[in-house]
Design a protein around this ligand. Structure first.
Ligand code: HEM
Length: 148
């Protein structure tokens, strides 16, 4: 079904608005349309001339071919050529909605303040206890040496 709505395109012509399904039916060597970056191109006459071959263009039909086109890294002259084949725009509403990213739920961090406090106390008490023990041993051994 062709949506009979006309839009002012960036290429300054009034062109048709097609759904992705409209574009997808033109998928043969005798009738080949591409959807690239929201625009529709009829590349039927270009198939034979395309330096990348006709197969790649035919394999890019029936879907949004923007990524395929960009992945090749087409030159600016290739991009200029595109306007010769431009026939309209893709109805944005016909694009499949992109899945929204929802981050995985992190377990909530619940700092246990009481154990933190206990560690701090121990950090202070343990060296103090060792010191006290050392003083006691020293004191006792001193007394022993005096008595003998
Ligand atoms: C209207 C649409 C397109 C036009 C006007 C076009 C034009 C061109 C041109 C002029 C080149 C020569 C290299 C350059 O100048 O960048 C080229 C190469 C190529 N194109 Fe396209 N192209 C189109 C769409 C596509 C799509 C949709 C694909 C992929 C599915 C594709 C795949 C390739 C490949 C594989 C090469 C060969 C690259 C190489 O050998 O280095 N083209 N195209």
């Amino acid at each position: 079904m062709v949506v009979s709505l006309y839009v002012q395109s960036s290429m300054d012509k009034f062109e048709k608005l097609y759904t992705l399904a409209d574009v997808a039916v033109h998928n043969t060597a005798n009738d080949c349309w591409l959807s690239i970056d929201g625009k529709v191109y009829d590349v039927t006459k270009f198939l034979e001339e395309h330096p990348g071959g006709d197969e790649v263009l035919l394999s890019a039909t029936g879907k949004d071919a923007t990524d395929d086109f960009e992945d090749v890294g087409h030159s600016s002259s290739a991009r200029n050529m595109m306007q010769d084949y431009y026939v309209g725009d893709v109805d944005p509403a016909s694009f499949p909605s992109k899945p929204t990213f929802t981050p995985a739920k992190q377990p909530t961090y619940n700092p246990d303040k009481s154990s933190e406090f206990l560690i701090k106390i121990l950090q202070f008490l343990v060296p103090l206890a060792i010191l006290g023990l050392a003083v006691a041993v020293r004191y006792l051994t001193k007394n022993d040496s005096i008595s003998t």
